[in-house]
Design a binder for this molecule. Sequence first.
Ligand code: ASP
Length: 357
Amino acid sequence: MRKIQILTLLIGFLVHFSCNNSENGNEKSEISEGLTVVDSENFGIVIHGGAGTILKKNMSDSLEAAYTAKLTQAITTGHSILQKGGTAMDAVTATINIMEDSPLFNAGKGAVFTHEETNELDASVMDGETLNAGAVAGVTHIKNPIDLAVEVMNHSEHVMLAGQGAEVFAQSRGFELMDPSYFYTERRFRSVQQAKEKERIELDHDDKTALIDPFILDTKYGTVGCAALDKNGNLAAGTSTGGMTNKRWNRIGDAPVIGAGTYANNATCAVSSTGWGEYFIRGMVAHDISAQMEYKNVSLKEATHDVIQEKLTKLGGTGGVVAIDKTGNVSMEFNTAGMYRAHMNAEGTLVLAIYKD
Ligand code: ASP
């Protein structure tokens, strides 16, 4: 009798366990060693290299070719990781590393200058399977801030570390501290000089409260970001930036703010933002896209369109997002004249564009 009771309990437990699993929508199969079996050939990746007043008429052929080549190198690197069955997180970070190491983008090597003519870098990542996230803000000696964001996610109890503390943590994890001169590029240095000059002129003007639009000046865009779906159905997103030219007072933008600059959730989508960060924080842009999909059951296309073209635009914000959903649909939505952007699907078809039309 007792044996039957134990057996009944055991069957009940197994039935309950399997029901819970299917309720969670967990369709992944596990083999006994604990390895996840790759059960889908569907994957994809989408990237941006910043949004802003990017006009064909202001772009030389050689600069356009350089951007196209670097975006292609970055996305094909991430794509080949996914193709081999690598994780969305690995694809996102490897892709972003390539753009961080290029002087073309406002991230890592090509970061813009602050008012004090230093470089303060922000980055974040999010894993859509676990909803784990990591971020760093205002770091000044880290070559690849996206890697430090991953380290914060995987090897600390925290989500966001800032400034000197983030760099003490980086050293404890074996990161090399770069001399700040590594981040010097003439183009970005000239840009902050121009911004300061413009500010002087505006402040000398009668209307001392005039708002300075940071997007009027050239070369302030170039934040980088990536969102990916891997063969296991996992989503990840990451964003890395030098912030905005001429920023001061340790200003921190949206890029390291989970929900504003970066968001990923396997139930919906993965998103990376670029643009005027204050508006992206106020609009919680990346999370709003995911939330619209989750609560209103709308498509990725509808959610990104509503958040960028309606809500962000009404607020007065400028910029865009790249996003990929759990089935591999991609969106690259922006309300500026251009956004460096590209995506690749499982078949390896590459779509790359810079300007609006
Ligand atoms: N979103 C970044 C920031 O506000 C800048 C950019 O994407 O261009 O720091």
